[in-house]
Design a protein around this ligand. Sequence first.
Ligand code: T46
Length: 133
Amino acid sequence: MEVRFIEFQKHGDDRGALIALEQDINIPFDIKRVYYLFNTEKDIRRGMHAHKNLRQLAVAVKGSVRFLLDNGTEKIELLLDNPSQGLYIGPGVWREMYSFSDDCVLMILADHVYEESDYIRDYDLFIKSVVKK
Ligand code: T46
């Protein structure tokens, strides 16, 4: 499954902490878009789709959220709760996000602008697309 954690270097001193995200240095793609989710409800499930080509990296800048990731043959569940850590998700991975903490701010970097045609929002179609490969 094209999913992995990336640890970021934290620059900390007595004023607090700072993390820099830089294309081709600690982000493994060209950054074309940044968006963030906030004011999320605890009992809400988001995502429920895969991307055909999009590569993304998610950072829980504040709070925590759980991810279910599924490549059609394997499913993993992960907790994202550390701003020093990014979760890289490649194409062809079904994702669901849930158990958002009240204060969660989930920032996502993407290698492409928003394009609805890149989404597979039907799980059966997703499984068919995986089997075809
Ligand atoms: C993903 C997960 C982690 C835009 O207009 N521009 C954008 O860049 C995005 C991401 C969304 N939108 C619109 C499309 C929908 O009308 O915002 C609305 C909510 O999007 P969606 O239901 O796709 O949100 P999530 O939280 O289910 O999924 C999002 C991303 O769409 C997706 O790529 O991997 O976060």
